[in-house]
Write a protein of this length. Structure first.
Length: 404
């Protein structure tokens, strides 16, 4: 066995004559263990929340979104027919979206109408988030609408009520009449077919109707405000996005799901990084206890050091023993903390120990353990322990002890 490691292990697990050394070493190891476990748990929770948000946005956001760089609406040209016939595209959905005035009975509100077609219904996950009624755009030839839960609550709307939903939007061509201002408004009447629930802000904003109804209300012909693309499974979205951007040119923007919510994902990544840095500094402060325990151990082992020197051990070998000793203390803490952190993450995944506050889509904090996060944490703290032990041995006062 490697001699410095053998002696360091004996020093680590052997009973010291000064009990305070054991206490300080234990505190150092426990502090490192707690810091390691906290880093693993918190980063895993961040991963879980990020994955949960991605899943939520994935319910109502397409794999790729095409919008005009300038203006709000456009007419799909020949290039869009090429994209529509591309074998990688599972669903090609034309969308018409605009803010409208909505009335239900005596209640009024501003909402965002989304005109969609049957392709959207087939591709979107919203049909699986219906809490009342069905996700249908027509009952026979009668147009219907689907409301978000928040919007339905504000309007007092239910699927079993018979009152129609009225949508209003100013006409683009009729002049405003001071005698009868309502004559300059386009109006559509629809009956409520379903209520969906995804996320509070989204639920309080959107109403889905047939794209033909939306075009009649907004006085569009074949124009759209965006096109949503759903790719077949196994397709590289980045490659498809790059090709479509080149095909459409600079007049159109093609965004994947990350780019559609770039600010949110960047904010979450920044928060994760800042929390990691803060916790790592806490671990650094705790790990400084190694200075005290290692210094006291060296003082206690003066006679052993002299004996080793008498047997021909060099000062370098003796210093290596105590460097390894300090590193072993940190490794014990890292190993213990990693086991505790992973055990807690496993228990949280299975039993949901910590509940999610408020009325959220999940009952407990989601946890996703990323093996790379765990490896980075373990390696970083292990290197930190080695650095602290090495710096401690390099102090001038201890150099004299090793040279005696």
């Amino acid at each position: 066995m490697y001699l410095p490691l053998f002696i360091a292990k004996r020093y680590l697990f052997a009973k010291k004559s000064h009990n305070v050394i054991n206490i300080i070493s234990t505190i150092s190891a426990c502090g490192i263990a707690v810091g390691t476990a906290a880093l693993i748990i918190i980063l895993s929770i961040f991963n879980g929340i990020q994955g949960l948000i991605s899943d939520i946005y994935g319910i109502y956001e397409a794999d790729l979104l095409i919008t005009p760089v300038e203006g709000k609406r456009f007419s799909p040209g020949e290039a869009f027919n090429v994209i529509k016939s591309d074998p990688r595209i599972a669903n090609y959905c034309e969308i018409v979206e605009e803010n409208v005035f909505i009335r239900y009975g005596k209640e009024e509100s501003i909402a965002t109408v989304r005109g969609v077609d049957s392709s959207f219904i087939a591709a979107s996950g919203l049909k699986d988030r219906i809490i009342e009624g069905d996700f249908t755009l027509y009952y026979g030839e009668v147009p219907e609408a689907i409301l978000g839960r928040g919007l339905a609550y504000n309007l007092g709307a239910r699927t079993n009520f018979i009152d129609p939903i009225e949508l209003y939007f100013p006409s683009r061509y009729r002049q405003i009449s001071l005698v009868n201002p309502s004559s300059s408004l386009n109006r559509e009447k629809l009956f409520l077919s379903g209520i969906f629930s995804v996320e509070q802000e989204y639920d309080s904003r959107y109403i889905f109707v047939s794209i033909s109804v939306a075009r009649d209300l907004l006085e569009y012909e074949d124009e759209v405000t965006s096109i949503e693309l759903y790719v077949t499974s196994g397709i590289d979205i980045k490659t498809a996005k790059a090709e479509f951007r080149e095909l459409l040119g600079a007049d159109y923007s093609v965004k994947d799901r990350y780019e559609q919510n770039e600010t949110l994902y960047k904010m979450m990544s920044s928060e994760k990084l800042m929390i990691s840095i803060l916790l790592f500094f806490v671990v650094v402060i705790i790990a400084c206890n190694l200075f005290g325990s290692l210094s006291m151990l060296i003082i206690e082992k003066r006679e052993d050091i002299q004996t080793l020197r008498n047997f021909g051990a060099t000062g370098r070998l003796v210093k290596r023993i105590f460097v390894i000793e300090g590193w072993l203390v940190s490794l014990v803490g890292v190993a213990t903390g990693a086991c505790l952190g992973l055990l807690f993450c496993f228990m949280q995944q299975i039993f949901g120990i910590i509940p999610m506050p408020g009325n959220f889509i999940v009952k407990s904090y989601p946890v996703v353990v990323n093996i790379w996060d765990v490896m980075i944490i373990i390696c970083s703290i292990a290197i930190l322990g080695l650095a602290i032990a090495s710096i401690n041995i390099m102090i001038e006062k201890k150099e004299k002890i090793f040279e005696t």
